[in-house]
Design a protein around this ligand. Structure first.
Ligand code: ADP
Length: 410
């Protein structure tokens, strides 16, 4: 091997799972993808798919994997057996998804002890995510202490929001003391998708205003003006905003006092109710949009109401962000629901013709992995479907950072 290393391992460490991809940034190709799940349980599972040179069979291993260190070692073994191990000189960096970067981290950052300490300091505002991300980082650092490890933050893209959008209208001293403000999440996806949408329109990101609807199990909307985020629907935590698979989204905060005072629920119980037992699952018992649509088509009233509430909220955010942006070039759907659920796209845009928005039924029905426009030619505003790719974006940002630090050290 000659030349500079071009591979990036992307790690997305959750509380009981690690998702990973190995990419070669020379051509953007994926060399391997995989997942370790149920870490810490008896029934842990590793699924690894080699992709280089036409790819190979998916390999699965079942059996207890006690912790993240063991999970990453198992991943390293799989990669090594494909000849693309962690000790390879072709590996340029490990890129880590980190959920909460607060106000400090506005861009991808090479991780050192001080950065680790700051991510740790943010645990109170991201108690579910940052500890798992930190475990993944520390484990990867112990495996390759010599290699640049880069943190790519879910919140970074949203740090351009003006104070008028980022501040809650509460007592300023209290807000500042406890760092209460709107941070937003899914930023890596909003950044990638808004940029790809500009490309689809044949324009530079600076030239277009886009409303991005990231509709997965978690869901968020963002208003992006000339490549910069000016508003987003998630707030201090991912609970705010759209109706999601298991989260309520926007709710009168007095509901929480009411549940405490009248129902006698604890803060943890209310947290679990709003984050895990609300949204689509709370409304109709299902959070998978495929199942909900099947039930709607069979005439199930609970599923129909859940769908209507989901769409009503989505429409409200499209209207709100239209007003925030003033001029909109595209409304774009992404993530599991946004990319696949044609009925959601159709219903969310229906009735918005006065805003220049329309969906062409035939274009909307096409199933494809490609970025595409689904509005008719006459529509003033493009409606698009752009598949998100958070791993590619993390790899790109990590690679760009290590390349620029390498060249500035020369
Ligand atoms: P996350 O990353 O938030 O877990 P994804 O972006 O992978 O979520 O989206 C998962 C969701 O996408 C599923 O819960 C399901 O509701 C929806 N989904 C996936 N495929 C389809 C499909 N073919 N039709 C409708 N909805 C789908």
């Amino acid at each position: 091997m000659t030349g500079t290393p071009t591979r990036v391992l992307v790690l997305n460490s959750g509380s009981s799972s690690v998702k990973y991809q190995l990419l070669d940034m020379a051509d953007g190709n994926r060399l391997a993808v995989g997942l370790v799940e149920r870490i810490g349980e008896e029934t842990s599972r590793l699924a690894h798919t080699p992709l280089q040179g036409g790819g190979g069979e998916k390999r699965e291993k079942n059996g207890p994997i006690p912790d993240h260190a063991a999970a990453l070692k198992a991943v390293a073994e799989e990669l090594a057996s494909d000849g693309v191990g962690l000790d390879s000189p072709e590996l340029a960096a490990i890129g880590h998804r980190v959920v909460h970067g607060g106000l400090r981290f506005t861009a991808p950052t090479v991780i050192d002890d001080e950065v680790l300490a700051e991510i740790e300091r943010l645990v109170p505002v991201a108690p579910l995510h940052n500890p798992a991300n930190l475990t993944g980082i520390r484990t990867a650092m112990s495996l390759r202490p010599d290699l640049p490890q880069v943190a790519v933050f879910d919140t970074a893209f949203h740090t351009t929001m003006p104070e008028s959008a980022a501040r809650y209208a509460i007592d300023v001293a209290t807000a500042d003391e406890y760092r209460i403000r709107r941070y937003g999440f899914h930023g890596t996806s909003h950044a990638y998708v808004s940029r790809e949408t500009a490309k689809l329109l044949g324009k530079a990101p600076e030239e277009v205003n886009v409303i991005v609807l990231h509709l997965g199990n978690g869901a968020s909307a963002s208003a992006v003006a000339g490549g910069r985020c000016v508003d987003t629907s998630m707030g201090l935590t991912p609970l705010e905003g759209l109706v999601m698979g298991t989260r309520s989204g926007d709710i009168d905060p007095a509901v929480t006092f009411h549940l405490k005072r009248v129902a006698g629920m604890s803060a943890d119980e209310i947290d679990a109710l709003l984050n895990k037992k609300s949204g689509l699952v709370g409304l109709c018992g299902d959070n998978d949009m495929r199942e909900i649509r099947r039930r709607v088509d069979e005439g199930d009233p609970a599923a129909a109401l859940a769908f209507d509430i989901y769409i009503h909220r989505l429409k409200k955010y499209i209207g709100a962000y239209y007003a925030v942006l003033g001029r909109v070039d595209a409304v774009v759907f992404t993530a599991g629901v946004g990319e696949n659920a044609a009925p959601v796209r159709e219903a969310a845009i229906a009735g918005l013709e006065e805003l220049g928005l329309a969906v062409d039924a035939d274009l909307n029905a096409v199933r494809s992995d490609e970025a595409r426009i689904i509005s008719p030619d006459y529509a003033r505003v493009a409606v698009a479907v752009v598949p998100t790719d958070e791993e590619l974006e993390i790899a790109r940002q990590s690679f760009a950072l290590v390349q620029s630090s390498a060249s500035s050290n020369e």
